[in-house]
Design a protein around this ligand. Structure first.
Ligand code: ARG
Length: 401
């Protein structure tokens, strides 16, 4: 009976984790500072002195936790977790013992305080790898379809651009630079591109955020309205949520698509505008398209500080498959679109950025930079996620997250 009650109590917060799979989305939320404080405060009401020795009755214990190995566990005293080791009494001086184990700690005003070990033995294991912080108040599934209004969406049905903004020459105001800020040096490094699809969402590639934990989401910054990513004006946005296609396969790069939700919505201006998304289907074969980004200027080369663009031509999937299928782990799928040009291609660092048609002054995104063998090699076109095949997924997220 006691066991049953305890498990029920531990499972409820786990349903509200920062990482969740809902339908065909894998959602990872940045830990909220309020949730974090609340939990810390609750733990902090147990003074350290009383936590040494007998842990058994501390309410701070029995909190769900995740071990270094990514397994679910429960915070408990070391004796409880390892009864066979008979470390009967742990004095304050002996807390170093915990260092050999997965520790459960609390951020208290005196700094990090260890309260016990994260005991995976006590918990039935679940398959998904999750990250550290847990906030029972966030229930993503419950929020599933309370629509979030987005009023800067632009669509193109093949004949008419809806709600578009003119894309002036040499200006790609929908370009997003994805930056990762190092907590040591506080410097930001560009690692991928993206495109602004409405005021709160940036479309990018799943491989750009593969393996991100909730705390990694906090290290992300999106620059909008940037040209030179080292200097000059831009709008910097934190990210509260990343949503990756559940069927993204990092080996074959199929379904290489993800969406970031910005903490503060973008304000539209001359330098910040949304890209248009196609609501019609077409193969786009032989059409001229453009790709832009801050990626390397040639294979193995350096990345520029300023945004570059290049025009390439869409190749049919059968021609592209003929070039690639015999030498890749997967194959060219219908959810991919290939484009190439003589000595022209996207390259590393451009991933996640848009491939778009320039249609009567508007940019209509048809691809997301995904992969290629090398860059601009004659036998290896650039491969992109085919946006027309992903419109349902994209629109669902725009509406709901
Ligand atoms: N995967 C690369 C990145 O992470 C982009 C590769 C695009 N390659 C190409 N040849 N078009 O930035």
């Amino acid at each position: 009976m006691k066991v049953a009650l305890f498990l029920a109590g531990a499972l409820i917060p786990i349903l509200g984790l920062h990482a969740e799979v809902i339908d065909d989305m894998e959602i990872i939320e940045a830990p909220s500072s309020t949730g974090h404080n609340r939990q810390s405060r609750q733990l902090f009401t147990n003074p350290w002195a009383r936590l040494t020795g007998v842990f058994r009755d501390q309410p701070a214990m029995n909190q769900p936790c995740v071990t270094k190995e990514g397994e679910f566990g429960v915070c408990m005293g070391i004796n409880e977790c390892y009864p066979e080791r008979k470390i009967f009494q742990i004095n304050r001086e002996d807390t170093w013992i915990f260092g050999q184990y997965n520790t459960c700690s609390v951020d208290a005003s005196e700094g990090k305080q260890i309260i016990g070990v994260c005991c995976a033995r006590a918990f039935p294991q679940m398959p998904t790898r999750i990250s550290n912080e847990i906030d029972p108040e966030r229930d993503l599934a419950a929020r599933k379809c309370s629509p979030m209004p987005t009023n800067q969406k632009c669509t193109y049905n093949g004949r008419r651009i809806v709600n578009g903004q003119e894309a002036p020459r040499n200006a790609y105001p929908f370009m997003a630079a994805m930056m990762r800020v190092s907590s040591y040096s506080n410097t930001a490094r560009q690692f991928c591109g993206g495109s602004l699809i409405d005021e709160s969402h940036v479309l990018t590639a799943a491989h750009c955020i593969e393996g991100f934990s909730a705390s990694d989401v906090k290290t992300l910054k999106v620059y909008l309205g940037a040209h030179d990513i080292k200097v000059g004006s831009r709008s910097e946005h934190s990210v509260i949520r990343i949503i990756k296609h559940k069927d993204f396969n990092p080996k074959t790069l199929v379904n290489d698509i993800a969406i970031l939700t910005l903490e503060t919505p973008a304000t539209m201006s001359n330098t910040i505008k949304t890209v248009c998304l196609p609501t019609f289907d077409s193969t786009f074969t032989n059409q001229q398209v453009t790709v832009s980004g801050w990626g390397a200027l040639n294979e193995g080369g350096r990345q520029p500080h300023v945004l570059h663009e290049v025009d390439v031509t869409v190749m049919s999937n059968s021609e592209c498959g003929g070039k690639y299928n015999s030498r890749i782990p997967g194959r060219i799928e219908s959810s991919m679109i290939c484009a190439a040009g003589y000595n022209k291609d996207s390259c590393s660092g451009d991933s996640g950025g848009p491939l778009y048609l320039k249609q009567s002054g508007f940019a209509v995104q048809v691809g997301i930079v995904s992969w290629g063998i090398g860059c601009a090699r004659a036998d290896s076109p650039g491969v992109y996620t085919r946006v027309t095949k992903m419109m349902d997924w994209i629109e669902r997220i725009q509406r709901c997250y």
